[in-house]
Design a protein around this ligand. Structure first.
Ligand code: C2E
Ligand code: MG
Ligand code: MG
Ligand code: MG
Length: 278
């Protein structure tokens, strides 16, 4: 991915790969072991209504703490998983983990917000994806209304009916669909109007240089309005970015300014505090 964030991660990791004399094949095997031994974890980053500061949802982000090399960023291990046929088992592990954590929070009386899970386009080529989601929701006693999936713009480049049908089927069981990193791909705008989605997630590269990109942000927001889609900005780091986003009509925001992705316990503590304040 030609994203700033991803590129930085690669840079950082390349260095540590050299330092640790680590190679990709080792990493691939270790990732397979980590999946098989259930050693991945999930961090949660809340999303907010920019006007009211109310939490509107949260995003689940996969984390892998390597026994010797420490935290390996998903910008590194997700592409490896995609190449090594590990992405489907990895994401199903993450989905189950998120579901069981949602159930635990619910049982402790939290009003858990809708939680999004990032799904690779490769997962849509696994024929039983929709069935898996239906069965797993049922298994955990959850409803689709608690879940959102984030898929990147690559689904718009493919223009495949079978993918759109799956998105539609997921939405029919209450799951929301968002297009992640919106604006970075070469997506067909005419196809966007035919695609079964709920929300556009403006890529953080536009937000980090929001003054230079205000026309682009404004265009995406009004396009979302015209297509009756929701819109969220990710990677919000400063107050001036929030002010600009609000003035351009973007109501939903997510980023370090509000909260970084948090481990399970810290996220729970934060939700607890929010509940007491509200
Ligand atoms: P994403 O889905 O676009 O997630 C946003 C990334 O930006 C996350 O990086 C998040 O920690 C980071 N971020 C959040 N707020 C800010 C901010 O204010 N400033 C900056 N600079 N960054 C911010 P993370 O967690 O390293 O994840 C990177 C990417 O890895 C994700 O991008 C997503 O594409 C992918 N990923 C993570 N978990 C999964 C997964 O379970 N499945 C798949 N397919 N992809 C995943
Ligand atoms: Mg995402
Ligand atoms: Mg994104
Ligand atoms: Mg991304």
């Amino acid at each position: 991915k030609a994203k700033e964030n991803g590129a930085n991660h690669f840079q950082f990791f390349d260095q540590s790969m050299v330092d640790n004399n680590l190679n990709k094949f080792e990493l691939e095997n270790e990732l397979r072991n980590a999946i098989n031994s259930d050693s991945l974890t999930v961090f949660y980053q809340p999303k907010y209504n920019a006007a009211t500061n109310a939490i509107t949802g949260a995003e689940a982000l996969a984390r892998w703490k390597h026994p010797r090399h420490g935290m390996i960023p998903p910008g590194v291990f997700i592409p490896i998983a995609e190449e090594a046929n590990l992405i489907v088992p990895l994401e199903r592990l993450i989905i189950r983990k998120v579901f069981s954590q949602l159930v635990a929070w619910k049982s402790r009386g939290f009003e858990v917000p809708r939680t999004s899970i990032n799904i690779s386009i490769i997962h849509f080529y696994q024929e039983d994806f929709v069935k898996f989601m239906q069965h797993t929701l049922k298994e955990y006693g959850l409803y689709g209304e608690l879940i959102e999936i984030e898929v990147t713009e690559s689904i718009m480049i493919k223009k495949e009916d079978s993918i759109n049908e799956q998105l539609q089927a997921l939405r029919e069981i209450g799951i929301e669909v968002s297009i992640d990193d919106f604006g970075t791909g070469y997506s067909s705008l005419s196809y966007l109007s035919k695609l079964s989605v709920d929300r556009l997630k403006i890529d953080q590269s536009f937000i980090s240089h929001s003054q230079e990109n205000r026309e682009i942000i404004s265009t995406i927001v009004s396009m979302a309005n015209n297509l009756k889609l929701k819109v969220i900005a990710e990677g919000v780091e400063t107050e001036s970015q929030i002010d600009l986003l609000k003035s351009l009509g973007c109501q939903e925001v997510q980023g370090y300014y509000y909260s970084p992705p948090l481990p399970y316990n810290e996220y729970e503590t934060m939700m607890n505090r929010e509940l007491q304040e509200s």
